[in-house]
Every structure is written in C-alpha cells, then in structure tokens.
Design a protein around this ligand. Structure first.
Ligand code: BJW
Ligand code: ZN
Length: 242
C-alpha cells in the first residue's frame, strides 16, 4: 500500500485552492468498465464505430443500443468510497473544483455539488442538429428518436473529434491554472484536451498528485504518485486530514 507522507498531508492542510480531475478509474470499483487496458471497452469495441459522429451516422441503432446498455448498467451501480472521499474534499477545501471526464453521474450521486463534466452526461440527450435538449425517455422499440427539426436525437456526450462544452472547459482550465494542488485520479491521461489540465496546473506552480493503479504519461511530471485504487487511497487522505 502506498505511503501517504506527513509532508503531503501538511501541504494539503495549508491548501485552499484544490482541483481533482477524474477519469474512468474512479468508477472501476463501482463496476463501470474503463476504456483502455486489458479489460477495457476499447479492447472489445471499436471507438470509431461507437464514439464518433461518423460511427453514429453510419449505424445509429448500434450506437444507441450501446448507450442504452451502459445506461442500464450505470443505473445498477453505486458510488464507491473514492467518489465519497471526493465529496468530502469539497467540504474540506475552501476553493474546490471537481473536473471529470466521466459521464456516469456517480460523483453527483455521492454528494459532490459542483462538477465540471467535460465529456457530457449519459443521462441526458440532445438533438444532433440543433442541440435542443431532449427529455423524453428513450425507447428504441418505437424506432430511432428524432427532434421536431428532423435531426436525430443522440446521447449528450462528447465523441472523438467533437469540441468539449466551451464554458465548462474554460472553467476547468481556469481552475487548473489557479490551483495550488491538482489531483489526477484514475485517468490514462491520453485523451485531449483533458490530459493537458495537470500540465497546465504544474506549469503554473501547482503540486500535482496522481492516484492510479499504474503509471501513466503524467507520472514523470507528477510531484507524488500514489499507487493504488482510488477507493482505497482517497479515503485514507480524508482520514488523515480530519
Ligand atoms: C484506476 C483504477 C482504480 C483503473 N483506481 N485508477 C488524432 C485524430 C483525431 C483526434 C485526435 C487526434 N489526436 C488527438 C486527438 C484529439 C482526441 C484525442 O485526445 N485522442 C487521443 C486518444 C489520441 N480528443 C478529442 O477528439 C476530443 N475533442 C477534441 O480534441 O476536439 C478538438 C479536436 C477535434 C478534432 C481533431 C483534433 C482536435 C474529444 C474527446 C472525447 C472522448 N470521448 C470519450 C467517450 C465519451 C462518451 C462515453 O463514455 O461514451 O470519453 S472516449 C473515452 O476516453 C471517454 C473517457 O472520458 C476518455 C478518457 O478515458 P479515461 O477516463 O482516461 O479512461 P481510461 O480507460 O483510458 O483509463 C482509466 C485509468 O484508470 C487507467 O490509467 C487505469 O490504470 C486507471 N484505473 N482502475 C485508480 N480502481
Ligand atoms: Zn433539432
């Protein structure tokens, strides 16, 4: 088990501006599969077919079936101690920002209040053409859902090649730049622009802490690498701060 040093806890005790940026690894202990790695989604499914506009346009039924399957899964799982520890961080640090690449909604269910969702949310839908939110329940038995404008309804998530929500991204970059401590938790640090955030924080003087079960491209520039499951490491930090 990784050591959480006295020095780290002292630094955190003094910190006021703290950012936590999470990826799929934080939800792995809840039973949500990650994307990369041995058991990752992209080992069995092709991202070009499922997570791009071209994939959706070529086979919307396949993409919808995949998202409906994941919605069902996410309705069955629960937040884990890692999500709850981050919700505690929000109460501990005066200026705290949670940024997530995840679309699973588990941070909100664990009690986090302010969440910058960079890649959208699987519980929401929108029109692919006009962007209008679509609140009706999706039932594929009645055929593919369409908007009044004729456009296809799609999950409100960000696929490869698409821009991230600009306001959310702006806030994320600003909080990374202003942070004193930046946590990168359970992400492979490969997907842009989210992967740039810790580098930006580091260049602006933040202390970068990475929590992951294995090293990533971010590890060499991190000030501390806490090797282990986020559901085990993060609650130990909360405990030490009490
Ligand atoms: C644990 C753990 C435990 C496990 N505890 N840890 C060349 C061509 C075209 C585009 C590009 C290109 N080069 C770069 C790009 C841009 C592209 C990109 O970055 N691609 C790279 C892959 C190369 N990015 C984009 O396209 C983005 N848009 C953009 O840049 O717009 C401008 C632009 C447009 C066009 C061209 C160029 C620029 C959009 C990215 C959207 C990503 N979308 C997805 C799907 C979202 C919807 C859905 O979920 O269905 O987002 S893909 C997928 O990856 C998902 C994730 O949010 C994202 C990141 O994955 P994450 O979270 O890091 O998960 P994993 O699985 O990779 O890692 C898990 C980690 O957890 C591992 O490290 C484990 O070790 C660890 N772990 N258990 C702690 N218990
Ligand atoms: Zn529309």
């Amino acid at each position: 088990m990784c050591e959480i040093s006295k020095e780290l806890i002292e630094r955190l005790s003094k910190a006021t501006k703290v950012v936590v940026s999470t990826g799929a690894g934080i939800s792995a202990e809840s039973g949500v599969p990650t994307f990369r790695g041995e058991d990752g989604i992209w080992k069995k499914m092709r991202p070009e077919e499922l997570a791009t506009v071209d994939g959706f346009m070529s086979n919307p039924t396949l993409v919808w079936e995949w998202y409906q399957y994941r919605r069902d899964l996410m309705n069955k799982v629960e937040p884990n101690p890692g999500h709850y520890a981050i919700a505690e961080f929000e109460k501990i640090f005066p200026e705290f920002t949670l940024i997530t690449q995840n679309i699973d909604g588990l941070h909100a269910r664990a009690g986090s209040q302010r969440i910058l969702e960079l890649h959208g949310n699987i519980l929401k839908n929108k029109c692919h053409e006009c962007g209008q939110p679509f609140d009706d329940k999706i039932n594929l038995d009645g055929g593919l859902p369409h908007c009044g404008c004729g456009g296809m309804i799609r999950p409100d998530v960000v696929w490869f090649g698409e821009m991230l929500p600009q306001d959310t991204m702006g806030e994320a970059f600003q909080s990374a730049e202003d942070s004193q401590v930046f946590f990168s938790v359970g992400t492979s640090s490969l997907v842009q622009p989210a992967a740039t955030l810790p580098y930006m924080a580091s260049r602006a003087g933040a202390y970068v802490i990475e929590v992951n079960i294995e090293q990533t491209p971010l590890t060499p520039i991190s000030n501390v690498f806490l090797e282990g499951k986020s559901g085990e490491v993060l609650p130990r930090i909360v405990e030490a701060l009490k």
